[in-house]
Design a protein around this ligand. Structure first.
Ligand code: SF4
Length: 249
């Protein structure tokens, strides 16, 4: 298929997904054929998708990026979730050589020192493992929601990801946090105990803090950076992150 065909296919899928509930959105992805991969960070949105995959038994691979800097609570939740929903969550790890090279250049926790160093760490610990997780995939499913941040306000149900040459599907794009909480309650979905301690968005331990009442959901991620649109590069093209382009890692 040409790039134009992929854009057209994603647009058609986007319109079709808008009319469906969550399980039927996942079933429609399954019906597309090919390899569909859902990457979970074990956040509350992602737990909803994993639960829906497990409960409906759709043929979608579930993967997580085990960065080596996750909270213990997150690691424990991976195992608990596998057992609760009878799903396998495949762990993708960074390369030790890449971690060593990063530490030699920036220091193990060099991400606090500059945006470049932070993006370089996310590249090594998240983007490289993500590329492995998505090898051979035709569809990448994520838990992005429009109301998570201003940066995600226009999240479609499906879009063509030209950088990775696949269709990215966001089946919770139109879900509110109330919708998420209602599903979690109805299906007794296990969630990260950190959510109850003020962490609505949970990433690596050194880069996530609790938020204060009234702060945006993602205010606790890379809080020391003065950029309202900060992301780790998973959901924005790497080419759009200047510091990554100048990074040797
Ligand atoms: S979130 Fe922090 S520790 Fe995790 S990969 Fe990014 S910079 Fe590194």
């Amino acid at each position: 298929m040409t790039s134009h065909d992929n854009v057209q296919a994603a647009s058609t899928l986007d319109a079709a997904l808008a009319e469906l509930d969550l399980v039927d959105r996942l079933r429609l992805v399954e019906e597309l054929g090919g390899r569909a991969v859902f990457t979970t960070s074990l956040g509350i949105e992602d737990q909803v998708i994993t639960a829906a995959i497990g409960l409906s038994n759709v043929a979608i691979h579930v993967a997580t990026l085990e960065t080596g800097r996750l909270f213990k609570e997150t690691l424990d939740l991976i195992t608990e979730t596998e057992e609760r929903f009878d799903v396998t969550i495949t762990r993708y790890h960074p390369e030790q050589d890449d971690i060593d090279a990063y530490a030699a250049k920036y220091g193990l926790n060099g991400f606090y020192e500059s945006v470049e160093a932070r993006h370089a760490c996310c590249h090594v610990r998240k983007l490289v493992p993500l590329a492995k997780a998505l090898e051979g995939a035709t569809v990448w499913i994520t838990g992005l929601r429009r109301s998570q941040s201003g940066n995600r306000a226009a999240t479609p149900f499906a879009e063509y990801d030209a950088e990775r040459n696949l269709i990215k599907v966001n089946p919770l794009a139109d879900w509110s946090l109330d919708d998420i909480n209602a599903y979690v309650s109805a299906e007794a979905v296990p969630i990260n105990p950190l959510h109850a301690r003020g962490y609505p968005s949970i990433g690596c331990e050194p880069c996530t803090r609790a938020i204060k009442p009234g702060e945006p959901e993602r205010a606790g991620r890379w809080w020391w950076e003065n950029d309202e649109k900060r992301e780790c590069g998973l959901h924005v093209p790497e080419s759009a992150i200047p510091s990554l382009n100048s990074s040797s890692l």
